[in-house]
Design a binder for this molecule. Structure first.
Ligand code: PLP
Length: 395
């Protein structure tokens, strides 16, 4: 019997062409041999202002050596979910170290920040609950809200008055309320005012959930993140941080009370049904945490470079939003295609910057996303600013 042909390729091709026409088609490029703020991208070494390696630890040989030592002793994989037979003592050492840094009772590791957010939000909220989510929250937080089956209310970005009015109007109609925000917003680089969030949430018996993917390691005197920056240590119910950004390795953790972590171990599907972090990667993260603690100059260096870039861009006539020291610098372009043309133009000049389009950001707000690293030479920051101003022809 001859089978009719599959219709998949034709249907997907049509969809891909629509994405191309809208300037929204994405494609993978190769990046390798990261060192000193540069990377070989599609075969050419460029200055890397697109990654989240804020402290310059992703290619630090000390971190690699720590991983290597455990690789030799333990092999490559955890081999099973941690609840089955994949729970290595080094996972627990890392969890205790992260708990001390974050000033929480316990933490729990996840294979990635995406998995932490979907698995934790879905474990905490259900039918009959409400989640208040900042309008600019990361896709993983949005997906966690959707998976939870709770009612989701989006409040305008960083707008505590609007959030307060929503809580006032309807909090009483729901069992649990969870307020979900980012510490440092990934695409805008600004911070949520956590010091004002805590009293508001407590007044309404709402729980606070802060994804500090971009603050961890960088902000606060010891690198504990926005929690430390705003002095709300121990006051946020759920703190999530990622290990693949400032700490240069991979994975994520969620921190909070003993009850929170115990519940997640029994309920959080993206923790339960997945293989544990490779022990060697946990060792690498422990070393990265040690370096981040003793080399505080890295945090100062990122801030200094962020200040310098903003100053140079403003001198060049650009309007750059955000905190003067924020290590993520967005340059809003608007149109998606124009944004990607600028990304290509900068790449020809030897700079890799992020081009961010919908659905990552709202339509009409496509942008260049420039991220600073402690290991960027200052002259490179100046040259990037000059090249960008030139590419935009605003000088
Ligand atoms: C705010 C935020 N949360 C979570 C994640 C996901 O983290 P991971 O890359 O570890 O999955 C990201 C990464 O881009 C992020 O920006």
């Amino acid at each position: 019997m001859t089978l009719p042909p599959s219709t998949m390729s034709a249907a997907l091709d049509e969809e891909l062409r629509a994405l191309e026409t809208a300037g929204l088609k994405r494609a993978l490029r190769q990046a390798q041999q990261r060192r000193a703020g540069t990377v070989i991208f599609n075969g050419e070494r460029v200055a890397d202002f697109a990654s989240n390696d804020y402290l310059g630890l992703a290619a630090d040989p000390r971190v690699a050596r720590a991983a290597w030592a455990v690789l030799q002793a333990e092999g490559t994989g955890a081999a099973a979910a941690r609840l089955i037979s994949g729970n290595h003592p080094i996972h627990e050492t890392l969890e205790h170290t992260l708990a001390r840094l974050k000033q929480v009772d316990f933490t729990l590791l996840y294979p990635s920040g995406y998995m932490a957010n979907v698995g934790v939000i879905a474990a905490l909220a259900d039918h009959g609950d409400v989640i208040y989510s900042d309008a600019l929250n990361h896709a993983s937080l949005i997906d966690g809200c959707r998976l939870s089956r709770a009612q989701v209310r989006i409040f305008p970005h960083n707008d505590l008055d609007a959030l307060s009015a929503m809580l006032e109007a309807e909090r009483a109609s729901f069992r649990r309320a969870l307020i979900v925000v980012e510490g440092v917003f990934s695409m805008d680089g600004d911070m949520f005012p956590l010091d004002r969030l805590v009293p508001l949430a407590r007044r309404h018996q709402a729980w606070t959930y802060v994804d500090d993917a971009h603050g961890t390691g960088v902000l606060g005197a010891t690198g504990a993140g926005t929690i430390e920056h705003f002095g709300v240590d121990g006051q946020i119910d759920v703190v999530v941080g990622t290990l693949g950004k400032a700490l240069g390795t991979v994975g994520a953790y969620v921190g909070g009370s003993q009850e929170l972590v115990e519940l997640l171990v029994s309920r959080s599907r993206s923790f339960i049904f997945t293989t544990g972090t490779p022990p060697a990667m946990a060792a690498a993260t422990l070393e990265a945490l040690r370096i981040a603690q003793v080399e505080g100059w890295r945090r100062d260096a990122v801030r200094e470079r962020a200040r310098r870039l903003r100053q140079r861009l403003r001198e060049g006539g650009l309007d750059v939003p955000g905190d003067a020291e924020g290590h993520i610098v967005p340059v809003i372009i608007g149109d998606a295609k124009r944004t990607m043309e600028l990304v290509a133009n900068l790449r020809r000049r030897g700079f890799l910057v992020g081009g961010v389009r919908p659905p990552t950001v709202p339509p009409g707000t496509s942008r260049l996303r420039i991220s600073l690293s402690a290991v960027h030479p200052m002259e490179l920051v100046d040259t990037l600013a000059a090249s960008l101003c030139d590419a935009l022809r605003v000088r």
